[in-house]
Design a protein around this ligand. Structure first.
Ligand SMILES: Nc1nc2c(ncn2[C@@H]2O[C@H](COP(=O)(O)OP(=O)(O)OP(=O)(O)O)[C@@H](O)[C@H]2O)c(=O)[nH]1
Ligand SMILES: [Mg+2]
Length: 541
């Protein structure tokens, strides 16, 4: 006699067991580093390796390169830098990989920071010639602060650079993390032949392909064959790997996940060397999505009903369709295109009719997604950065921190007839978090103030106002360099001193602006009851 399980009702969605299994085979991570270490190049190499794209689009090299797949904005292409982060998804082995390529420039660090709230791990790139740079150090600190495990990749090993052991010392001394190299280079920087795989002692030998445009063939040789093939480089690699015991350690999964150690790999993103090894490490070692803590710190299990949060809003991705895309990271449950969810901040229903995977300029509709997945919701004008979405069982995830701006400028429309476009453009840039927008009765609606962490954000905003919203603007810099949070009661007492101004940010917060910290000191002097609080995360910018 056979028994059949009672049928699940049609509207119950897939069984939770599926959600758990689907979440377990997801890896969601960001690629981070100081500018120019090769994040976009590596992103493309990873995608190429996983066969998302047939041929890497880049004719590598900043001048005149076609631009990597993830660098799609006109300004990014023209300058060869990443200005905003880009998401892509691909499958590798039996794993679904969600990768977020971030901008390295400090001026866009707020964007990078938001992305780091949406991932479970980070791949940190270090330029073999430059070692640990300023942004590298800040990003290591952000990852430590947020408890994000870091896999370190020493990139550009095809070019002359530092000594590998010296680089490991640098990581150990300056980041406080113990490096645990999984591979060790065979051949010095500038003469990259392959890697010694420390886990099994084999030699992964790489072969260069024309322009790095296709996957580099890889040959795995046992130690004796390696010694015969590389009579000088192989013994040297072995010798160095022995010396590693002094500064570096062996991989230990718990220590890696708790942020004590960082596995290290050597690569050349441009020649596609070491890229397959990195994918394997991501699949084997990077953590799968786990329950995300809500505002009370209670994790919402991945098998709970659907929940997600918006970590990025972007428009103008495609000149042909001036649409607005909200990127969500799914935290729990199953996402099915077309489902109606609740928009946390307003409690209103939100229909997810247009859900897409975005890959540079390419789009593809998605029907189902699981915890860890990054989904782009098209024309989701109701959604703002930090918003929670959920189904059935309400949840609120902590809001995303905004950085303390350090540069301020009044925006004026150059064509008064275009006030509608002007207003729309400003609203859009504000809701994407490209700039913060401050207003005051004194300055009026015609003269809002852009507040930014770094001046390149001004350039992006000005460029987009003109080219995307057809409302050319002029910026008049203001002499302030410091912003603190204040309140109605304190405002008049602050502005009584010259070199200050109080303005309102779109989130309703009142910001007191000061020309410098000495002016703030004068204002505060003898008035302990004055409300002046630092804006969070300033130290990370
Ligand atoms: N020789 C060599 N050059 C590389 C390698 N990886 C990247 N590059 C070059 O380094 C430059 C910067 O690469 P990107 O991938 O744009 O660097 P990025 O980290 O994305 O830069 P931002 O996004 O602006 O921070 C480009 O000219 C690349 O061609 C590598 O492995 N070897
Ligand atoms: Mg880049």
């Amino acid at each position: 006699m056979t028994t059949t399980a009672p049928a699940r009702p049609d509207d119950a969605g897939p069984a939770p067991a599926d959600v758990v299994a689907e979440a377990a085979r997801r890896r969601t991570f960001a690629v981070i580093s100081h500018p120019d270490a090769g994040k976009s190049t590596l992103t493309e190499a990873l995608a190429l390796h996983a066969r998302v794209i047939g041929q890497a689009g880049a004719v590598h090299g900043k001048a005149g390169r076609r631009g990597t797949v993830s660098d799609w904005m006109d300004m990014e292409k023209a300058r060869g830098i990443s200005i905003t982060s880009a998401a892509l998804q691909f499958s590798y082995r039996d794993t679904v990989v969600n990768l977020l390529d971030t901008p390295g420039h400090a001026d866009f660090s707020e964007d990078t920071y938001r992305v780091l709230t949406a991932v479970d791990a980070a791949v940190m790139l270090i330029d073999a010639a430059k070692g640990l740079e300023a942004q590298t150090m800040k990003l290591f600190a952000v990852c430590r602060h947020r408890g994000i495990p870091v896999i370190t990749v020493v990139n550009k090993w095809d070019r002359p650079g530092k000594d590998a052991l010296e680089l490991m010392d640098e990581v150990a001394e300056r980041t406080g993390l113990t490096p645990t190299p999984l591979t060790w280079p065979v051949g010095i920087a500038g003469d990259f032949r392959g890697v010694l795989d420390r886990r099994d002692g084999s030699y992964r030998r790489y072969t260069r392909t024309a322009g790095g445009a296709t996957v580099a063939p890889e040959e795995v040789l046992p130690a004796d064959a390696a010694a015969a093939r590389e009579p000088d480089a192989w013994p040297q690699a072995l010798e160095e790997a022995d010396l590693l015991a002094a500064t570096a350690g062996e991989h230990d999964q718990d220590l890696f996940l708790s942020g004590v150690t960082t596995p290290v790999l050597f690569a050349s993103a441009i020649s596609n060397f070491g890229v397959g090894a990195l994918l394997d490490v991501l699949v084997d070692l990077a953590p799968a999505p786990a329950g995300r803590p809500d505002t009370d710190g209670v994790p919402r299990p991945v098998e709970a009903p659907f929940s997600a949060f918006v970590f990025k809003v972007q428009s103008g991705m495609d000149a042909a369709h001036r649409d607005r895309l909200a990127y969500i990271r799914i935290c729990s449950g199953v996402f099915e295109r077309g489902m109606v969810v609740t928009h946390g901040p307003t409690g209103r229903p939100f229909a997810t009719k247009y859900a897409q995977h975005v890959f540079g300029r390419e789009r593809e509709s998605i029907d189902v997604a699981y915890p860890g997945d990054v989904v782009g919701l098209v024309n989701a004008s109701a959604l703002h950065v930090g918003d929670t979405l959920y189904a059935q069982q309400p949840v609120a995830f902590p809001p995303l921190t905004t950085f303390a701006p350090e540069h301020f400028a009044v925006v004026r429309s150059l064509e008064t007839a275009k006030h509608k476009q002007f207003r729309r453009g400003i609203e859009q840039l504000e809701s994407e978090g490209v700039v913060q927008v401050l207003r005051s009765d004194r300055r009026g609606e015609q003269a809002p103030v852009f507040a930014v962490v770094g001046p390149m954000q001004f350039e992006v905003a000005t460029h987009r106002m003109e080219h995307e919203f057809h409302a050319p603007v002029r910026l008049e810099p203001l002499p302030y360099s410091l912003a603190m949070r204040t309140d109605e009661a304190s405002a008049p007492r602050i502005t009584a001193t010259t070199g200050t101004e109080v303005m309102q940010r779109s989130d309703g917060k009142l910001l007191a602006l000061f020309t410098n910290k000495w002016v703030m000191g004068i204002v505060r002097n003898g008035k302990p009851d004055l409300t002046l609080e630092p804006l969070v995360a300033a130290q990370l910018a």
